[in-house]
Design a protein around this ligand. Structure first.
Ligand SMILES: Nc1nc2c(ncn2[C@@H]2O[C@H](COP(=O)(O)OP(=O)(O)OP(=O)(O)O)[C@@H](O)[C@H]2O)c(=O)[nH]1
Ligand SMILES: *[C@@H]1O[C@H](CO)[C@@H](O)[C@H](O)[C@H]1NC(C)=O
Ligand SMILES: [Mg+2]
Length: 536
């Protein structure tokens, strides 16, 4: 019993820790975004015994980098088995962001596309200027298309825009300090990326896309074709950053997501588990009981309570003192409240950071996801709240995909705003033996991307590394180490047995109420009997 309480406490502590750390993390993000300087102690507060994933090899049978270190791209492209994919880059942007767009295009050309020549689609809510097009075209020989987004896809419906509630909702989010909450254009951007970007005629011409944003940076060379490798291994969605969302941007997203699932009686994919916590511990029709039992450790406790009270009430006998104590205790206790628990599940706020995505277009352009987007749109959350396209994508994917459908591009070093992932370079050593030259020389295919000797110096290579010619700022922390809660969930799922993932995202209760009650009742009656024997 003592052990049991300790466990409960440890568990609560851990939950609290996660909440505190999510909060700390969000705080840091906010500090970073508003441009304030990070105080070094912030980073140290994460050294609290949580794993530092960035130093570990997290490859499993389910997923791992397609290649460690560099690939000889010339040979890769000549291989008979290689087929260029029906794929494009996609970027939504504004004319004013031309220089930031140029930075991103230069970075992706330098590190990948000069060898592969995938086309680009740029989208804007107003037409691109000739200046913009000329400037961006000068950076690459790859085909580029510049499209305008249909007004109906960009603007909120007219009756929404003209309603009092609309302006009020945005002002209110601004007053409450919700990041970008008061910016109408940010809401429109999130809505567009959530459900509409893949409908654009220029994007519909392709089967795969790689989403880019202005002012992002790539740190490593990608010397193979990520689309082709995903196709080869049956992956349909790839990410490079997984992290928790700011709770106050999505307070009702999970409620509506659950109600959509219920309404359509959806059979969920196992990826659902990456994003949710289950409180379905006891299989019972007794709703009060179900709401009071949320952790494994609650089971015996609450069932004992129920048995003792029922026995006392029914028999008017037994151990009255114990029964009464339980009864009073239960009457005084509150049903535990959770921020976001619906149908015995809670959104854990983890999401793929969608400003980088490599995916098949039909992971979104399908019946279920399209219906999901329409449903969310009908609830007004893209303006009543500030639902980001990242959590919407993730929850939508969670319904449709299995864990094995997703690839973590751990070998792609990436920075957006102040958050970054920069992998360790591989040193070519396996199990203590040098097996290959992991860092091949850089050979430009485009003279615009010739590197001077300063740029030929790469970060130190290590045995657990996977990167090719990465240049990381060693003093910046890696999101793998600061979003460890989400990374831990990802690695746990990678290690899960197939059988564990088999029922998809439908959680099974771990204990059957009748079985437990039967056992506890016997124990209780035996105890009463023993007490009676003693007193005689
Ligand atoms: N054409 C157009 N593009 C937009 C608009 N709002 C946002 N975008 C684009 O959508 C992308 C994301 O918007 P941002 O406001 O930068 O959002 P963010 O990257 O989450 O936030 P920051 O960290 O502040 O950059 C960028 O590529 C923008 O150029 C808009 O009103 N019109
Ligand atoms: C690429 O995919 C799109 C969408 O499925 C299709 O319409 C188009 O014909 C394909 N193009 C090529 C070259 O195969
Ligand atoms: Mg931005």
């Amino acid at each position: 019993m003592g052990m049991l309480k300790l466990n409960v406490r440890a568990r609560r502590w851990r939950d609290c820790l996660f909440r505190c750390n999510t909060f700390t993390f969000c705080l840091i993000v906010t500090v970073l975004i508003t441009g304030a300087v990070i105080v070094p102690q912030f980073g140290q507060s994460f050294d609290d015994g949580w794993p530092k994933f960035s130093n570990e090899d997290i490859t499993t049978n389910r997923d791992g980098p397609f290649y460690r270190g560099c690939v000889n791209t010339e040979m890769y492209l000549k291989d008979e088995g290689y087929k260029k994919m029906n794929a494009t880059f996609v970027m939504l942007t504004r004319n004013e962001e031309c220089e930031d767009v140029a930075k991103s295009v230069r970075s992706i050309e330098d590190h990948f596309n000069q060898w592969f020549q995938y086309p680009y689609v740029f989208l804007n809510d107003v037409p691109f200027t000739e200046e913009f097009k000329t400037r961006i075209r000068s950076l690459s020989d790859a085909p580029m298309e510049f499209g305008t987004v249909d007004k109906l896809d960009w603007e909120f419906p007219e009756q929404v825009r003209e309603s009092f509630a609309f302006q009020n909702a945005l002002n209110d989010q601004g007053d409450r300090g919700i990041l970008y909450g008061s910016e109408e254009s940010y809401h429109k951007m999130c809505r567009f990326y959530s459900g509409l970007f893949f409908k654009h005629p220029l994007v519909q011409k392709f089967e795969w896309y790689w989403r880019l944003e202005p002012d992002v940076e790539f740190f490593c060379d990608l010397t193979y074709d990520p689309f082709a490798e995903m196709h080869r291994t049956d992956k349909v969605y790839g990410f490079t950053v997984l992290l928790p969302e700011l709770y106050y941007t999505v307070p009702n997203l999970f409620r509506y997501t659950r109600s959509f699932i219920r309404k359509h009686e959806l059979k969920l994919g196992s990826l659902w588990r990456l994003f949710t916590d289950s409180y379905k511990v006891l299989d019972t029709d007794d709703e009060l009981m179900a709401s009071r039992v949320n952790y494994d450790e609650d089971v015996d406790n609450k069932v004992s309570e129920k048995v003792a009270i029922e026995h006392m009430l029914a028999e008017g006998s037994g151990d009255e003192e114990m029964g009464l104590r339980y009864l009073v205790g239960r009457a005084k206790s509150k049903v535990p409240l959770f921020d976001d628990k619906f149908d015995d599940e809670e959104y854990n706020l983890c999401h793929f950071w969608s400003n980088f995505e490599i995916a098949r277009i039909d992971v979104f352009d399908n019946e279920v996801y399209n219906a999901y987007f329409r449903y969310l749109e009908s609830k007004g959350g893209f303006w009543r709240e500030r639902w980001g396209d990242a959590p919407v994508h993730s929850l939508g994917l969670g319904m449709i995909l299995n864990v094995d459908d997703v690839h973590y591009f751990r070998d792609i070093g990436y920075r957006h705003s102040m958050i970054q992932h920069c992998p360790k370079n591989w040193n070519g050593v396996e199990f203590g033996t040098k097996v290959v030259e992991a860092q091949l020389p850089y050979i430009e295919a485009d003279p615009r991307y010739q590197r001077n000797s300063l740029f030929q110096r790469y970060s130190q290579a290590v045995e657990n590394g996977c990167g090719c010619r990465c240049r990381c700022d060693s003093w910046k922390s890696d999101i793998e180490d600061t979003a460890y809660y989400c990374m831990e969930r990802w690695t746990d799922l990678q290690l899960a047995e197939d059988a564990e993932l088999a029922p998809g995202g439908h959680y099974q209760a771990k204990a059957d109420a009748q079985d437990v009650e039967h056992r506890v009742k016997n124990e209780y009656l035996n105890m009463l009997l023993a007490n009676t024997d003693d007193s005689q």
